[in-house]
Design a binder for this molecule. Structure first.
Ligand code: ME8
Length: 661
């Protein structure tokens, strides 16, 4: 396998906030593949980095009163610290502010311009500031918002350079539909239908409205706008158009670019178009995974978002459960293509069942029995028996099964295969009942065989697990008495590697069992604290930036709406409803003699916040009793991003009883 190379990349992340478990997913997945390929003997280049230009960074730095570079420098350190904490074995880290990248992007831009693929024009369109993306009217979602993040877009118009997309449409359609570039393949048709069939729009590739970017070398009023800068990282980091590195001919084309679905379009359409224009061979695979969403304590799935304070902090999880358990959980949960909800319950169950009870128990039981019955060193005698063949066949077939899954970037399936073997080995213990063999002096040879088979199974399993959980497996090797260098890829394909008289060493518990109830209470307390802190920390613009509204309700007619009688009313007095933490009782002047309304807003409003204010009520709602108190209608309030309520205050000069239509 000499001279075989393998090049894998993560996206380059925006250092516009601290990294979270979502960033970890792609990075840990790429790291595991990179480690697996190294174990297979490949010469691997694993690239990650940060995408440091753009308006958002410029704005955030200004809010903090620092330069954009100072701002990104600080966050890049947190990314690097996290990658080292998570045991990420990247070979190269690119920052788009690195000089060599800057000058290479300028050359690439000029090259595309000289070839006639970039031209100057004027951009008029819908612009999503958080995503830094222009969209056409037809691409907006059903609410007229950004189709990626569903936040509002603004009209934008400015002189800009454009990258012609039409010349590449046919080739890209073929790439998507007729090759296995895109994984999972089922997303190809959706891309072709949404973007290629309606006619590929030219891409805006420069901006004049901000300065934090790479200047266009021949027109310095413009900075290169996001995607040409960002996507080029995959080749500049190898030395394309620069002298900082000399690895382009060795590693290009990339074997795997891994990204989440939010940036699939850019990697599936724009990146191939750029490469075709530059006459560069296309990468082999684009692996697209879904989003990690967050399941809150009420069991609802929410997008992970800074303003919700629910971004799961990988440092905190690592401290509590160990980095390898976190690595295992995120890879085991996330299937290629599909979203996956991050829930603390699922994570703890997974750690307990697979790692503590499954693999951890297999190792500790086996080592403990070798210690108990043979003082740690197996005797050389052997006796073959029932179930040996079935276990050994399962273990011998494992490496190839895992190879296939890793080659197809299906890491969840790779781990599933490995844990089928773990279960098989645990079942072998139940089948062979070594504790019974241990009581009978005449069964010592059989007992030695059983334990040896188990140790061999553990050796193969732990070798194949080591790219996924690189910290724990060397501890396993220590316990089963095998040298780390014997736990290599070649040996993972055969049995009989351990010496017959192998000596085990009892060690620490690999994955301690977690007390679910205690942990969940503690984690919920941490999340609530984080949510409050996140809310206090965010700037006003960010609070609304990150908010995703609920789905729109189903259509109603004007007559349906007319049934609701909405009126302006004045809060004359207000008090808490006894025996209820949530309810306030409001006495209102509704312009018709007054009424009493009970509202579940006590968590967010004190009575004195409301007295003297005009509000809006649903005046013809059938009266109901809440906590025994009659409510004649309800008051209007909006959901807030943190799950609270915000009362709607109309123009305060409106008379009581004014109808709202
Ligand atoms: O898009 N679930 O950077 P970015 C799963 N700079 N993956 C997630 C995730 C989540 N909740 N959140 C983030 C950019 N990711 C550009 C990329 S590449 C030339 C330029 C991961 O910081 C996922 O891999 O917004 C996603 O594609 C990437 O972070 C986006 O990171």
């Amino acid at each position: 396998m000499d001279n075989k190379t393998f090049y894998i990349t993560t996206p380059i992340y925006y250092p516009s906030g601290n990294p979270h478990i979502g960033h970890c997913y792609t990075t840990v997945a790429c790291d595991s593949i990179a480690r697996y390929k190294r174990m297979q003997g490949y010469d691997v280049m694993f690239l990650t980095g940060t995408d440091e230009h753009g308006q958002k960074i410029e704005q955030k730095a200004a809010e903090k009163g620092v330069t954009p570079k100072e701002y990104v420098d600080e966050i890049v350190e947190v990314f690097k610290k996290l990658w080292s904490y998570m045991n990420i074995s990247y070979d190269r880290y690119i920052r788009t502010t690195d000089d060599y990248h800057v000058s290479a992007v300028q050359k690439i831009f000029k090259d595309l311009y000289d070839k006639g693929y970039i031209y100057k024009g004027e951009y008029k369109g819908k612009y999503c500031t958080p995503c830094e993306s222009f969209w056409t009217e037809s691409q907006l979602d059903e609410h007229g918002c950004c189709p990626e993040c569903h936040r509002p877009v603004v009209e934008a118009k400015e002189e800009a350079y454009f990258f012609k997309m039409a010349p590449f449409a046919e080739k890209i359609e073929k790439l998507l539909l007729e090759t296995d570039y895109l994984r999972p393949k089922y997303r190809a048709q959706e891309l072709v239908n949404n973007f290629i069939k309606p006619g590929l729009e030219d891409l805006c590739v420069s901006r004049t409205s901000f300065t934090w970017g790479i200047p266009v070398s021949f027109d310095d009023k413009h900075v290169v706008y996001v995607w040409i800068d960002a996507l080029s990282n995959y080749i500049t980091a190898l030395g394309y158009d620069n002298a900082a590195y000399d690895d382009f001919s060795k590693f290009w084309p990339a074997d795997v670019h891994m990204v989440a679905k939010d940036i699939m379009r850019f990697h599936a359409i724009i990146w191939p178009a750029m490469l075709i224009a530059l006459d560069i061979p296309l990468p082999k695979h684009l692996a697209v995974h879904g989003w990690i969403t967050f399941q809150n304590k009420n069991g609802e799935n929410q997008k992970m978002s800074k303003s919700l304070g629910n971004v799961v902090d990988p440092f905190m999880l690592g401290e509590r459960y160990g980095v390898d358990a976190i690595r295992y959980h995120i890879m085991r949960e996330m299937a290629l293509g599909a979203d996956s909800a991050f829930s603390n319950e699922i994570m703890i169950n997974r750690i307990n069942s697979d790692l503590a009870n499954g693999f951890g128990n297999l190792v500790s039981r086996t080592v403990a029995m070798a210690d108990k019955y043979f003082g740690g060193t197996l005797p050389a005698e052997r006796e073959v028996g029932d179930f040996d063949q079935s276990l050994n066949e399962c273990i011998l077939a494992l490496r190839e099964k895992v190879d296939v899954c890793v080659n197809e970037t299906r890491l969840k399936n790779a781990l599933e295969e490995i844990f089928i073997a773990v279960d098989r080995a645990n079942k072998y213990i139940d089948e062979t009942e070594p504790w019974k063999l241990g009581k009978d002096e005449s069964k010592k040879a059989r007992l030695a065989s059983v334990l040896y088979n188990l140790l061999e199974a553990i050796r193969v399993i732990s070798t194949l697990l080591s790219p996924f959980m690189p910290t724990t497996m060397p501890k396993v090797w220590e316990q089963i008495g095998v040298a780390a260098d014997a736990c290599n890829y070649e040996n993972a394909g055969k049995l009989g590697v351990l010496p017959l008289d192998v000596t085990v060493h009892k060690g620490e518990i690999l994955f301690p069992r977690i007390d679910m109830d205690k942990e969940i209470d503690e984690l919920n307390a941490i999340i609530e604290k984080n949510m409050a802190a996140a809310k206090a920390d965010l700037s006003e613009s960010e609070k609304t930036d990150e908010f995703t509204p609920d789905e729109l309700g189903s259509e109603i007619t004007i007559d349906d709406f007319g049934k609701a009688d909405l009126r302006v009313a004045l809060v004359k007095s207000c008090e808490k409803v006894k025996k209820s933490k949530k309810l306030l009782c409001l006495q209102l002047d509704d312009g018709f003699g007054g009424r009493q309304v009970v509202s579940g807003i006590a968590e967010w409003y004190k009575p004195e916040d409301l007295v003297g204010k005009k509000i809006i009520i649903v005046a013809n709602l059938k009266p109901a009793k809440l906590c025994g108190v009659e409510s004649q209608g309800m008051i209007l309030a909006a959901d807030t991003p943190d799950g609270g309520a915000s009362v709607v205050f109309p123009d305060q000069s409106l008379p009581c009883g004014s109808k709202i239509r």
